[in-house]
Design a protein. Structure first.
Lengths: 520, 314
């Protein structure tokens, strides 16, 4: 007798309890699902998303039953989509092409306009067929890899079509790329719209910095070791510098950058995320909400700026034409798409105060810019001088060292370094700075996985610890909006700095007496 | 001084050392590296001791495993060879470094000891003072488990012992003895058990599709080649333990160290897992329906990769 071929019962485990279930349980096991990528013909999918998925497949971390549907307007077919994605894997994750070969039959293309309601009905039918053929159990993840202008249409249609609704044990999640709005008002509007179709626990806002091993290592360093936390407060820490420097200019993205500036492009998201990890209280657990609750508390403890306070607490500047890395490079005003009279900043530094017991007297300095001498992201914890100087004498300084600095290098040369003073061999008690260093990548040998691999896996597992929560995003916007409002009423024009230098000369004025910007 | 390079890895040539003065030989390695105009740093994370009864010039396995391991877990590595062709012990030291710009990071400090069996009782006394004592020590017994005394002496050097029962020649006898050793509280990891993870996962996936009850009468058959006897026994014991299954083993012509196939039957249901060189295929059916086959990649980890995984989870 012919027995019909079926997928497993959609949405339900076939056994009340699986006697061998321990092999499937465990911290990092993702459930069967279909990933629907809106805007799948774009660069992000080909360059990052699919190569990262194949990296997970290579490591055996992709769910056993998994499919991808690319949703976009171009006149592609399944075959064309698969060929394009294979090219992306070959270009960006060559070691995973075998994984793509094994999985390519699970890649499908759905051609539709984002505004076409019928397109979503057809998508729902296609997803049901995929459940039957591949066994993806009715679980869906929707990835918005489109320009933000398309979000609203897609979100409305996902809600209207019922695709966002979870039922019968199936999950439906949405992943949203930054920017999350342009200011607090638009961020709230976007969040409100998302929540017409999705509960907050279904929403995964990607800030890819949180997927970096070295950013996650901040939690491991702080809370996995007993020696740092007793010093991690205003009694011992003089100030914190967080730097995200890029050596490239705006390139062909001038028109986009004009709308955002560095403060929206980098400070509001990446630097504030790193700052919250540095400043947060230890969470009670490593659960998503426990960690994010503590991060939000940091943001809530930062006052909005009054307009008159902004100039004294911030620096903004634009890069100018200069010789850099052996050739002449344009100034910002000469870049494509940039208005000759633009006041959009390509460099900013801000001084923030976290007004709580732990940090009340310790300023946090956040600095980011384009066309700086090198690409580097780091956090420098500057400790205070010892309370009593034994090694300075009337005859002249015997000490050639500086206060201790704990350096967390996010990229490149990922690792941790501690600067401390040591006696120089010789008859005098002369002290000099030395550096004790741990290099993450070399000490652990293997290359670290791309941030997107970790984040995609977490979204499939349903762990939102490394994704920004609604209130985090909106609080960060509150702070940034107050700075931008201050700039808009300021009569001070942005300063300038030659491309390839560390920013404008007066960037140090917000640091205060006795402090200097690091040159990483 | 010449060095061999493998992409970004630099391996310093081995230099002989007196058994009583290995420390000086290691220091000399560092000094030599520094004189090549580079800074040298070290960030090892474990002590790793590999023991084999194969002479060094006949050993590919332990060398390859150590090379793989240190890429993930930089280590002070002791490679110990029993070689009865030697009259006296010989010791050499070398180092493997990863070069980045003008800095070399030592990822393996290596101490090679070759000694006749009659001298081997001195080896723990040679190794123990050289262990970096604030790091965990992992001992890998790379061979068949036939000299219990020697194994016990080496195992006592470390916090964690690793064996590969795929190398056991009498697994039906040796596996229960290994279990007894574990029952006394000793941490012993079997690489062969890690190698079976895709099999265990495939079988677990079957029970996501098919209902099992605690009173189900499960019968099973594991087909295996000679090299896969230990793996078959491990899998059968696991199924007996988890499912109260009656599992038979059947030897067949299969070259692989893993089983050729596993079949379970109960309550009119059938679960079959078969293997090809690259993947496992799980088929599950009930009396009423037949589920889509599930394919899972087989473990492609080298011995070094398995060691690294075992050390990570120890």
């Amino acid at each position: 007798m012919a027995v019909p071929m079926t997928a497993d019962r959609a949405g339900q485990s076939a056994t009340a309890s699986n006697p061998l279930g321990a092999e499937l349980a465990g911290a990092r096991t993702a459930r069967a699902c279909t990933l629907v990528i809106f805007g799948a013909t774009g660069d992000l999918t080909k360059r990052k998303l699919v190569p990262s998925l194949m990296g997970l497949a290579e490591d055996g971390l992709l769910p056993a039953n998994f499919a991808v549907v690319g949703f976009a307007r171009r006149e592609w077919t399944d075959a064309k989509f698969r060929a394009e994605m294979l090219a992306g894997v070959e270009a960006h994750r060559m070691d995973a092409t075998a994984a793509f070969d094994a999985l390519q039959d699970s890649f499908f293309y759905h051609r539709s306009d984002f505004a076409d309601a019928d397109g979503y009905a057809r998508l729902a039918e296609q997803l049901d067929e995929i459940d039957q053929r591949i066994g993806t159990k009715g679980n869906r993840i929707f990835y918005l890899a489109t320009p933000p202008s398309a979000y609203s249409t897609i979100l409305d249609n996902l809600a209207e079509s019922g695709l966002s609704t979870e039922r019968d044990g199936r999950f439906s999640r949405i992943i949203v790329e930054k920017p999350f709005g342009h200011d607090q008002e638009t961020a709230r509007a976007l969040n409100d719209q998302i929540q017409k179709g999705f509960d907050e626990r279904q929403v995964f806002r990607i800030d890819h910095y949180l997927g970096k091993e070295t950013v996650q290592n901040i939690l491991a360093l702080r809370f996995g070791n007993g020696i740092f936390e007793p010093l991690w407060n205003e009694k011992f820490v003089d100030h914190v510098q967080i730097t995200v420097a890029e050596s490239i200019g705006v390139g062909t993205r001038g028109a986009y950058f004009e709308e955002s500036g560095i403060i929206r492009d980098m400070i509001q998201n990446h630097l504030m995320q790193v700052m919250t990890l540095i400043a947060m209280e230890p969470p009670a657990a490593l659960s998503a909400d426990a960690v994010r609750d503590e991060k939000v508390k940091v943001l809530r403890a930062i006052r909005s700026f009054a307009p008159r306070e902004v100039d004294a607490a911030t620096v903004r500047a634009q890069y100018t034409r200069s010789s850099f890395e052996g050739s002449e490079v344009n100034g910002y005003h000469e870049e494509d798409g940039v208005d000759a009279n633009s006041r959009t900043e390509t460099f900013t530094a801000v001084r923030l105060h976290v007004e709580n017991w732990r940090w009340s007297k310790t300023p946090f300095f956040l600095r980011s810019g384009k066309r700086l001498p090198r690409r580097v992201t780091e956090v420098a914890i500057h400790f205070k001088h010892p309370p009593h100087g034994l090694f300075g004498t009337a005859e002249g300084a015997m000490r050639e060292s500086s206060p201790n600095v704990l350096l967390l290098r996010i990229q490149p040369d990922e690792g941790v370094a501690l600067r401390f003073g040591s006696k120089v061999p010789g008859p005098d008690m002369r002290i000099r700075d030395v550096r004790m260093e741990f290099r993450y990548g070399t000490a652990f040998g293997n290359e670290t996985a791309d941030a997107y691999e970790r984040l995609l896996l977490d979204a499939m597992i349903g762990d939102s610890t490394l994704f920004a929560r609604r209130d985090e995003v909106e609080e960060a916007w509150r702070i940034v909006d107050s700075i931008v409002a201050g700039w808009q009423t300021s009569t001070t024009a942005p300063a300038s700095y030659p491309a390839g230098t560390w920013g404008p000369e007066d960037a140090g004025r917000i640091l205060g007496e006795g402090r200097a910007w690091r040159k990483p | 001084m010449t060095s061999t390079t493998d992409r970004e890895l630099v391996r310093l040539p081995a230099r002989p050392a007196e058994p009583t003065d290995v420390r000086a030989a290691l220091r000399a390695l560092w000094q030599d590296s520094d004189t090549e105009g580079v800074d040298t740093a070290r960030a090892v994370t474990i002590n790793f001791i590999g023991v084999t009864e194969r002479p060094r010039d006949q050993d590919d396995v332990m060398r390859a495993a150590a090379d793989d391991l240190v890429r993930r877990s930089p280590a002070r590595v002791f490679l110990l060879h029993v070689d009865d062709s030697l009259k006296t012990p010989s010791v050499e030291v070398s180092a493997t470094m990863r070069q980045r710009g003008n800095t070399r990071f030592v990822i393996a400090e290596e101490i090679h000891v070759q000694a006749p069996g009659s001298w081997f009782s001195h080896v723990p006394g040679l190794v123990r003072p050289l262990l970096i004592h604030d790091l965990p020590t992992h001992v890998f017994w790379a061979d068949d488990w036939d000299d219990r005394e020697r194994f016990a002496a080496m195992r006592r050097l470390g916090d964690h012992c690793l064996v590969d029962t795929q190398r056991f020649t009498l697994p039906a006898v040796q596996l229960p003895e290994l279990a007894d050793a574990r029952a006394t509280g000793r941490r012993i990891t079997d690489l062969n058990w890690l190698r079976l993870r895709p099999w265990r996962r495939a079988l677990a996936e079957a029970f996501e599709r098919i209902r099992w009850q605690s009173d189900s009468q499960v019968t099973g058959l594991v087909r295996h080649g000679t090299a896969g006897t230990a793996a078959a026994i491990l899998l059968a014991e696991w199924l007996q333990d988890r499912l109260a299954a009656r599992v038979e083993l059947e030897e067949c012509d299969h070259a692989d160290g893993c089983p050729e196939s596993v079949r379970l039957q109960f309550d009119g249901n059938t679960i079959q897992v078969g293997s090809s060189p690259t993947c496992l295929t799980m088929n599950a059916s009930t009396e009423a329906e037949c589920f889509l086959p599930l394919r899972l990649p087989r473990s492609r980890r080298s011995d070094g990769g398995l060691l690294a995984a075992a050390i990570d989870i120890a």
